[in-house]
Design a protein around this ligand. Structure first.
Ligand SMILES: NC(=O)c1ccc[n+]([C@@H]2O[C@H](COP(=O)([O-])OP(=O)(O)OC[C@H]3O[C@@H](n4cnc5c(N)ncnc54)[C@H](O)[C@@H]3O)[C@@H](O)[C@H]2O)c1
Length: 249
């Protein structure tokens, strides 16, 4: 299978897009380690699946450097060197969000920490080994909010555009060593954040999406799987919009 003998890490893989990527990597043969605040939903999805035994889900906060370090120590010990890193974890300020002119620095720091610094921290941990072994795939989670600049999401847009810059710089640095670094930028994807949206907001999102529907976590997982595979060896530093055509570059 495509990811036989590959070891993948997915941050925030306990549900939503991250969990879809975990399932995809497992189906394609990888061993997958996950760091998430809540492993419950993923454990539920894996129950009864034969390839679920190739998944290690560790409960912990990706924004805590010590927790992340201990997680990677455990992955090294139980699985071995990481080949694929999907820096998926991230979120907006959600209920704390609102107009920038009313925002506070603690909220910006929360959003930037979870949406940008986690990706830098995890990449810092695995990139030296990937470089030494002359193989690696890093896929970073951005968002189309970085491009569209949605109202009330200034901190989130800053963090997610930070991901784009980080991706390009790291891609250039690691390309000579057989390591690719790309970003994915989903538009509206049906995850639990969408459950909180009012029907009229969902209708407006659909109306703004040329494809005419809201994507699924699997739509993103497919792109992540492609970028993480051997077929994508000549693609690096790219930002792939997965948004039904809302933003075109
Ligand atoms: N859903 C969308 O429409 C959409 C669009 C663009 C980008 N994104 C991005 O995709 C990524 C995943 O989003 P989702 O919609 O699947 O979210 P989700 O809320 O469905 O799942 C997020 C997962 O991350 C975990 N998590 C959150 N904070 C954590 C932390 N500090 N440490 C460890 N785990 C943590 C949660 O427990 C949860 O399992 C995020 O980076 C998000 O910004 C989502």
């Amino acid at each position: 299978m495509k990811f036989d003998n590959r070891i993948a890490v997915v941050t925030g893989g306990g549900q939503g897009i991250g969990a879809a990527a975990v399932l995809r990597f497992l189906e394609e043969g990888a061993r997958v380690a996950v760091l998430d605040l809540n492993c419950g939903p993923l454990d539920g999805q894996l129950a009864g699946l034969a390839h679920g035994s190739r998944c290690l889900c560790v409960s912990g906060d990706c924004t805590d450097a010590d927790v992340m370090s201990a997680f990677f120590d455990r992955v090294d010990a139980e699985f071995g060197a990481v080949d694929i890193l999907f820096n998926n974890v991230g979120q907006s300020a959600r209920e704390r969000g609102g107009p920038f002119v009313e925002s506070d620095e603690a909220t910006w720091r929360f959003v930037i920490e979870v949406s940008l610094l986690t990706a830098m921290r995890a990449s810092r941990r695995v990139a030296p080994g990937m470089r030494a072994r002359a193989f690696g795939r890093i896929v970073n989670m951005s968002s189309d909010a970085a491009f569209t600049g949605d109202v009330g999401l200034a901190d989130y847009a800053a963090a997610k555009m930070g991901i784009v810059g980080f991706t390009r710089s790291l891609a250039r640095e690691l390309a000579p060593y057989g390591v690719t670094v790309n970003a994915v930028c989903p538009g509206a994807i049906r995850t639990r954040a969408h459950e909180r949206l009012r029907p009229e907001v969902l209708a407006r999102i659909v109306a703004d999406t040329p494809a005419g529907f809201i994507g699924s976590p699997e739509d993103v997982a497919s792109a992540v799987s492609f970028l993480a595979g051997d077929d994508a060896r000549f693609i690096t530093g790219q930002t792939l919009l997965i948004d039904g055509g809302r933003w075109m570059v």
